[in-house]
Ligand binder design. Structure first.
Ligand code: C5P
Length: 408
C-alpha cells in the first residue's frame, strides 16, 4: 500500500524560485498515491507555469478566486472541502505575513483562511532569502501562524538562488514528502523516548583492518523513522553504515561495540524504549595494534587473541529500569533455522519482554524482511514486507504493549 493512498492534498505555491522544486514535490505526492489539487498565486505563476503543475497533478490548476470553472464560483471554499491536508510549498515571506494577519486578497490566502481549521491541517514549507528569513517581522509571523495551528517546517541552509548563502532554502521535495507522510501517522508514541541501535560494529585489528559483519542497518533505521513518525523522540546509535538519517532523528555514530555501549548508556536513563537491532560483534581483538600488522615473510599468520564484547541489550535489560520495564527492552535475533525455538531461547537468555526473530541471510542488506514477534505468551508473525512497513507495524505493536504496561 502506498504511503499516501487515498489522501487528497491541496498543494499551494506562492512566489519564489523554489517553485521549481514544487513540480517534483507534486510528482512525489502522486507517486505516493495521493490525489493532488494545485493552487498557485499570481507570483508563483511567474516562476513556473500552471501547465507543468496540471500535467503532473492531472487536475485543473486554480489561481484566481474569480475562476468561473468552479460550479458555485467559490473556488476558495470548494478546493479544501474534500482535502486531508493543505501544503504550501514554497511559502513565501509575503504569504506567511498574510496568513499571520488573516488577510485574504487572492485565492491562495483566501483558501487557507476558509479551510475547515479543525479538519484540514495546514503545513508550510518556507522559502526565502536569508535576510528575509531572519527578519524579526518574518520570525514574528512564523510564530503567529504556528500559534494559529499551522505546522511550519524548517528551512535548509546553503547556497541561495540570489547568490547569498544561509538559512531560507526550501526543504527538498523528498524531505517535505516524509513530513507529510509522518503527519498522517497516529502519534501513539508521543512523549516517549526511543533508543535504537542499528548496523554492524567494527572491531579494529590495526589502523586499517578490522572485524565487522554484513548488517546494512536498514531495519534499525526504518524503526527509528517509524518511531519518529509515531511522535517519539528518537536517538539512533548507528554503527558504520552509509544510510541517510531519518528526518527528526538524533543520530550518534559509533564504530566498535564498546563505543556503542557508551553511547547507549549515555542515553538509557532518559529513554523509555530500547530497541536493539544492531548486529554487535561478539568478539573483539584483545589489543588493537596501533601500527599496521605487516607480513614478516615467515608465512605465519599473526597471533590474534579475542575477548568477548559486553552484551549491550542484556546489560540494559538487567538494569533496574530494564527489570521494571520503565525501559522497555526489545531484542532482535538473526537466525538461520528453527527461528521460533531459537528466538524463544534468546528472549529468555537476554531477559527481554519482546524479541524479534528474523532469518539472517533473508534480511542482511535487503529492503524487505519478515519478522516473528516472540513474547512470554507466544509468537506472532509479520509477513514479508518492506522494512519500513514492518517497522511501522512493530512500533504500533510496541506502543500497545507499553500502554498496557502503564495501565497495569
Ligand atoms: O546474542 P545475539 O548477538 O544473537 O543477540 C542479538 C540481540 O542482542 C540483538 O538485539 C543485538 O542488538 C543484541 N546484542 C547486543 N550486544 C551484544 C550482542 C548482541 O546488544 N554484544
Amino acid at each position: 500500500m502506498k504511503d499516501l493512498a487515498g489522501k487528497h492534498i491541496v498543494l499551494g505555491l506562492s512566489g519564489g524560485v523554489a517553485c521549481y522544486k514544487s513540480a517534483e514535490l507534486c510528482r512525489l505526492f502522486v507517486k505516493a498515491g495521493a490525489s493532488v489539487q494545485v493552487v498557485m498565486s499570481a507570483a508563483a505563476q511567474q516562476f513556473i507555469t500552471p501547465v507543468t503543475m496540471q500535467a503532473l497533478s492531472q487536475h485543473t490548476v486554480y489561481g484566481s478566486q474569480w475562476d468561473a470553472r468552479v460550479p458555485n464560483n467559490m473556488a476558495h471554499i470548494q478546493l479544501t472541502r474534500q482535502a486531508d491536508l493543505c501544503v504550501i510549498a514554497p511559502a513565501s515571506a509575503d504569504l506567511i505575513a498574510k496568513l499571520a494577519h488573516g488577510m485574504a486578497d487572492d485565492l491562495l490566502s483566501l483558501m487557507c483562511l476558509a479551510r475547515p481549521i479543525d479538519r484540514v491541517p495546514l503545513m508550510l514549507a518556507p522559502a526565502m532569502n536569508k535576510e528575509m528569513w531572519q527578519h524579526p517581522a518574518t520570525q514574528r509571523n512564523l510564530k503567529q501562524v504556528a500559534l494559529d495551528g499551522a505546522q511550519v517546517l524548517g528551512v535548509g541552509c546553503g547556497e541561495q538562488a540570489c547568490g547569498e548563502s544561509g538559512d531560507g532554502r526550501m526543504l527538498e521535495p523528498a524531505e517535505i514528502l516524509d513530513e507529510v507522510i509522518a503527519m498522517f501517522v497516529p502519534k501513539v508514541l508521543k512523549g516517549q523516548h526511543v533508543l535504537v541501535t542499528a548496523g554492524p560494529t567494527f572491531e579494529a585489528i590495526d589502523p586499517v583492518r578490522g572485524i565487522t559483519n554484513l548488517s546494512s542497518g536498514k531495519m534499525g533505521f526504518a524503526i527509528a523513522r517509524a518511531a519518529t513518525e509515531a511522535g517519539a523522540t528518537v536517538t539512533l546509535v548507528a554503527g558504520p553504515v552509509n544510510l541517510p538519517t531519518p528526518r527528526g532523528v538524533h543520530r550518534v555514530d559509533v564504530k566498535s561495540a564498546l563505543n556503542m555501549l557508551d553511547a547507549v548508556e549515555n542515553k538509557a536513563s532518559v529513554a523509555n524504549v530500547f530497541i536493539a537491532t544492531a548486529a554487535v560483534a561478539d568478539w573483539r581483538p584483545v589489543n588493537a595494534s596501533d601500527r599496521k600488522i605487516k607480513k614478516d615473510g615467515s608465512g605465519q599468520p599473526p597471533a590474534l587473541a579475542f575477548v568477548e564484547n559486553p552484551d549491550i541489550l542484556a546489560r540494559l535489560a538487567q538494569s533496574p529500569r530494564g527489570l521494571s520495564q520503565e525501559l522497555y527492552c526489545v531484542g532482535f535475533a538473526a537466525e538461520s533455522h528453527d527461528l521460533l525455538v531459537n528466538a524463544q531461547a534468546k528472549r529468555l537468555r537476554k531477559g527481554v519482554p519482546l524479541l524479534i526473530g528474523n532469518i539472517g541471510p533473508d534480511t542482511f542488506g535487503q529492503d524487505d524482511n519478515a519478522l516473528l514477534l516472540v513474547d512470554e505468551t507466544g509468537a506472532r508473525e509479520l509477513s514479508r514486507d518492506t522494512k519500513l512497513s514492518l517497522a511501522r507495524k512493530l512500533i504500533a505493536d510496541i506502543a500497545i504493549r507499553i500502554s498496557a504496561g502503564v495501565q497495569k
